[in-house]
Design a protein around this ligand. Sequence first.
Ligand SMILES: [Fe+2]
Ligand SMILES: [Fe+2]
Length: 266
Amino acid sequence: MQVDRRAFLATLGVGSLELMSPEDRAEALEHYMMDELDRALPGTSPREQEMREEAEYHKQQGAQPRGTGRLLLPQTRVLEPMPPRPTLLDFYRLRFSPANHVLQSATHALRTGQPERTVMACLLHDVVLNLIKADHGWWGAQLMEPYVDERISWGIRYHQALRFYPDESVGYEYPELYNRIFGEDYVPEPYIRQAYEHARAHAWYMEARLITVNDLYAFDRDAQVSIDPFVDIIGRNFKQPPEGLGFDNSASAHMWRTIAHADKPL
Ligand SMILES: [Fe+2]
Ligand SMILES: [Fe+2]
């Protein structure tokens, strides 16, 4: 996917790039690319409308916080009601849609014969961005932790830090795009470096690394993707609570409820 640097900078507002830390810029770029991807596909007109509203909102807000997920931003779209006992698939259909980026990364993992656990991790790795963008690796891990193999949520936690560090053994190079956007001399913040070093020395390192590898193949505007090939994989790898996500009293049930009822006033 080609990124129009000027269009990207325009979404940030005048002068705000200088005010942002490199991590914030990286986040902003990733979200910009994901949003562009969703915008580019046919049949997404309500989403297009929503995107315009988000861009307008950010323009008006100037240098205000940007870590808010799209479901919590002002919008004219009325959220479709969720079924009383919502499943993960209901969330993909009614709250995460079109979810092109995660579907593309999971599709790449599936087609290249990667372990099912990796496919599942790719499918889940960025959906928390709908709720919150800042430090999405950590938030995303927490959201999924009660329902997946520990290695899946671990991988989601550390993919955020690992994307800045190359690993030739699996063909992951530092994205050339980051050089162009952040400059050649960019150095990640100390907490990101620390997280990377922790993950690098951990027995589960590859769980997170493979997410970043598949991430590279997940910004294709022309790819046609669907959740259908993943229904059985979800069935085997996600412990769907019978009460429905949000109502099972798990450690992250409140996060699922907030995603489901993002339009609640209190
Ligand atoms: Fe991510
Ligand atoms: Fe991603």
